[in-house]
Ligand binder design. Structure first.
Ligand SMILES: C[S@@+](CC[C@H](N)C(=O)[O-])C[C@H]1O[C@@H](n2cnc3c(N)ncnc32)[C@H](O)[C@@H]1O
Length: 333
């Protein structure tokens, strides 16, 4: 995590006084929106969440209320020190440096949020970073790459979007002053000299696929700038299995034990698939499905817990019928 964009480039910038926030009101409005966005994509209640490159994370306390654990990972030392101090006694928040990510248990995270970070990371470093995220993400977990720059990213378009937010949230005078300050700041110089990483949609898809993810663009971006993009990604499904055919829905009132059971199920199915024993996994899912829905042909279940959280927990193997169903039919005949 160093090099041109590391200790001497963008990271040095984020370690410094950061003139990017033009007023306290701007900072508060920004972090409140990011917290709202994170809460909207939580895949399940009591999730274990990593906010990678979290910045000041002013509303992390509010996010943590909905989580079992919230890891705030920040590469900039000054920010990290502020966070560590602020959340020293918080029962659910832990502050990490990027190396701390590797110390987390594999497959332990339900959600990884990377908001407004990848543009500051060198393109060459991104594949390894995505692979590290994949290792830590639960098979049903969600990776969010947010606030990615559009192909034709310009400072003028960013400034226009920023001024609209300033008008809406009542900090226009500070915003105008801030833009003037920004003209003479390191941000402008770094943007020109070091540059920002721009990832067109095809490149994001390729990077995700290479790292073992399947992603799709979220209709709305995190934050305020809708010219930028957010992608939601999940670990790719095991080879040889079809798309989930899913399909019972659990209401929010479904008890946690039942959900846990469904989760175990998909892990079993995925493991079975990864090991090349699709049938074994399939049959387990099928038994479960038969109990759940009594609907032949469907082999999965969906736990729906939030607006974007549709969890596929069963897969159908191509052209295969579960053995126990064949046996049932033979008995009936
Ligand atoms: C614009 S701030 C985003 C902060 C926060 N996510 C938000 O939404 O406001 C950019 C973040 O990228 C992080 N960052 C920049 N370069 C990085 C690198 N090479 N590795 C890891 N994080 C980096 C900075 O430390 C900073 O937290």
């Amino acid at each position: 995590m160093n090099g041109a964009r590391g200790t001497t480039g963008w990271l040095a910038f984020w370690n410094g006084p950061r003139p990017i926030y033009v007023s306290e009101r701007h900072r508060r409005v920004h972090y409140a929106k990011v917290a709202d966005d994170i809460l909207e994509v939580l895949p399940r209640p009591r999730a274990r969440v990593l906010d990678f490159g979290c910045g000041a994370a002013l509303e992390a306390g509010r996010v943590a209320e909905a989580c079992a654990r919230l890891y705030l990972c920040e590469a900039a030392e000054t920010w990290r020190a502020e966070l560590a101090e602020r959340f020293r006694d918080h029962a659910r928040i832990e502050v990490l440096d990027p190396d701390g990510l590797d110390a987390l248990s594999d497959s332990s995270l339900d959600l990884i949020v990377v908001n407004s970070v990848l543009q500051y990371v060198r393109r060459a470093e991104i594949p390894a970073l995505l692979r590290r995220f994949r290792a830590k993400l639960h098979p049903e977990g969600v990776l969010v790459l947010a606030d990615l720059l559009p192909e034709r990213a310009t400072a003028v378009a960013d400034a226009a979007s920023f001024l609209r937010v300033a008008v809406r949230h009542g900090f226009l005078p500070a915003a105008l002053l801030g833009l003037v300050r920004l003209l003479a700041s390191d941000y402008r110089r770094l943007r020109r000299e070091v540059g920002l990483t721009v990832l067109p949609p095809a490149e994001i898809a390729a990077l995700l696929a290479e790292a073992g993810f399947e992603g799709r663009r979220r209709p709305v971006n995190f934050g305020f700038n809708q010219r930028r993009a957010t992608y939601l990604a999940r670990r790719s499904r095991p080879r040889g299995l079809e798309r989930p055919v899913a399909v019972t829905e659990e209401g929010p009132d479904h008890h946690e034990a039942g959900r846990g059971h469904l989760r175990e199920q998909v892990v079993e199915v995925q493991r079975a698939g990864e090991q090349g024993h699709e049938r074994a996994g399939q049959e387990k899912a099928d038994e479960r499905h038969d109990r759940e829905t009594r609907h032949g042909g469907l082999v999965g279940a969906v736990a729906r817990e939030g607006p974007v959280a549709v969890e596929a927990v069963g897969y159908r193997t191509a052209n295969e019928e579960p053995e126990h169903r064949r046996e049932d039919r033979a008995r009936a005949a």
